[in-house]
Write a protein that binds this ligand. Sequence first.
Ligand code: PLP
Length: 398
Amino acid sequence: MKEKHDPANSLQNLDQFGEFGGVNPSITDSATYTFMNESIMQETFHGEAHGCFLYSRHWNPSNKYLADALSAMEGSESAWVTASGMAAITTAILQICNSGDHIITSVTTYGGTFAFLKNYVCKFNIDVTFIDISDHDSIKQAIKPNTKLIYTESMTNPMLQVSDIPAIADIAHANNIKLLVDNTFTPLVISPIKLGADIVVYSMTKFINGKNDCVAGAICASEKFIMEISNVNNGTAMLLGPVLDPLRSSSILKNLATLPIRMIQHSKNALYLAKKFDELGLKYIYPGMPGHPQHELMNLMMNDGFGYSGIIAIDLGTSERAAPFMERMQHRGVGYHAVSLGYFKTLFSNSGRSTSSEVPVEIQKDMGMSPGLVRFSVGLDHDIEHTFDLIKLCIEEL
Ligand code: PLP
């Protein structure tokens, strides 16, 4: 099932330096670019000139450095960087689907993605079927002649269900459908393109940047797809303009270099907490533990050496129990009661009342999301034993 891919080595082997020999690539903060030769400007407009830049909404050198690093990491032919994760998701979807098309999506996704698919694409007469992504028969049954896309997250937010990317890719490709995977929760851990996905999207706001100082996103795909989204006449990225600022690209590129060691530490700390939660007899979800329904699948799909990522969820039954628990954790210094993830501090929030609040309560119930689910993005804590002691205290005080 696994094609051997070492995403960290691919990243590290990249030689990217500035034109004056700077060990960091130079930052190009120009909106527009001059041409000495008019015909080369024409060729650039028609996508025929290589290595030339036209206008920064289309491409700019700093974004290209980051995009190249991301494609090396993903094993994709190309990439494009966006001003947010939602910009990456919406650009990719709107590029693939036209009015009258149909999408099949995991019902469990980030709340913003759910809202886009549930409430927004209907404006364009795009029809969406929500399914349980672990039920492959339901995917097959949902396929219609106009289905263009299957959408899922490698590890879904917040239920931490693991998508069987090779199997879903087989279903998609047998029916001439594209598979688009959001890999925000598992950079380096899972390489969806290597497992058969056509397009991978990221919220780089999370683990990839890891500093919570900006929102950003990325689309990794074939050269053809990236050329299509940036086409000056009909490309969704070019025409809707969700481009990332080059100053941000350059700072994210530097943070990307430490992603391998950060993922190892996030995963190590999350696994420690999972084992301790298990000993305490708590109800929790973590794909790194044998009790998780897709633990074996995850073992088959994951790259070596980065663990099972840093997201873990515990179920306290009700939001009335979750609220004081989170307030106490914040007070005792476990981390911050905040949405988002992939930060060096531990972040936690009650999913049903925060990042999944766009999902109607009945659908939350259907997908098995407890109102007391507290999702943790486990930080880079040096002393995770102490962090666990604090969490345990907060549980005992409930
Ligand atoms: N994908 C996932 C899995 C997320 O958790 C989020 C945000 O929480 C997004 C996409 C959206 O990313 P952004 O907030 O950068 O637009």
